[in-house]
Design a protein around this ligand. Structure first.
Ligand SMILES: Nc1ncnc2c1ncn2[C@@H]1O[C@H](COP(=O)(O)OP(=O)(O)OP(=O)(O)O)[C@@H](O)[C@H]1O
Length: 235
């Protein structure tokens, strides 16, 4: 039996649009993610994918229902414990990169791992950037890099920080097909080392390379597809 890394029970999320006006974004979602799984979350625009990712990753408390990460409720923790947990145990790769503009590309790459107490060697950075085919000069400002290069830095820094669970929101939106495949290959390798990955994507080709896909529709789980293929993912 694999242990559950994320466990979600009857999760409901409402967002307050105005006083006494709630939008029901997620309605009664339950599922478990096991250690070493590569889960994709797919579905039409507005179906609730990003909201679900935020709820299960400690960023956004559900309105009702429970979220457990490694058996614990992150929304019950104080700010210090939550911040330490987010820094050490989990990694986020956001759609809009969230890089630090005042730093160089290299410093963006090593900062989260360094804050976690890892000594990240230049050779380790060089090996990873070579695999990502990140050819930009890394000692220039992050702003000088193209969108695709910045996305590779965002992916690389999370890998270097070495968290147990990685959450990704449209991680390859700025990349060409070749680079998407490179990133997917690296993510799949991470899963074989015991990392757990949860990825929101519009790209069904990417989702078809995950081990299980959750298909959302109008805030509900429409279906859960084991070993998804392009055919079984159509929604
Ligand atoms: N803070 C918010 N304020 C108002 N509406 C919101 C907010 N967050 C989410 N929504 C709405 O909730 C619904 C689900 O949003 P969400 O971003 O989770 O969907 P999504 O499936 O990730 O969409 P996309 O694929 O377009 O990114 C949408 O109708 C969205 O407009």
């Amino acid at each position: 039996m694999h242990q559950s890394v994320i466990s979600m029970t009857h999760l409901k999320k409402e967002i307050e649009l105005a006083k006494n006006k709630q939008l029901l974004v997620l309605d009664d979602l339950s599922f478990d993610v096991k250690k070493g799984e590569f889960i994709s979350i797919v579905g039409p625009s507005g179906s609730g994918k990003t909201t679900l990712l935020y709820c299960i990753s400690s960023l956004l408390p559900p309105t009702t229902g429970t979220v457990l990460i490694n058996g614990q409720n992150p929304y019950g923790w104080n700010a210090t414990k939550l911040a330490t947990f987010r820094r050490k145990e989990i990694g986020f790769i956001f759609q809009h990169f969230q890089l630090i503009p005042a730093l160089t590309a290299y410093d963006n790459l090593v900062l989260p791992g360094t804050l976690n107490g890892h000594r990240i060697k230049p050779a380790t950075v060089a090996t990873l950037t070579k695999r990502l085919e990140l050819k930009a000069e890394l000692h220039q400002s992050i702003d000088a890099l193209s969108g695709g290069e910045q996305q590779k830095v965002a992916i690389g820094r999370t890998i270097l920080a070495d968290p147990d669970i990685i959450f990704l929101d449209e991680p390859t939106s700025a990349l060409d097909t070749h680079s998407r495949l490179l990133v997917m290959t690296i993510l799949q390798e991470l899963v074989t080392t015991g990392k757990t990955i949860v990825m929101v994507t519009h790209d069904l080709t990417l989702a078809s390379q995950s081990s299980r896909a959750i298909v959302l529709k109008d805030g509900h789980i429409q279906k859960i597809v084991e070993a998804p293929t392009l055919e079984t993912l159509i929604f």
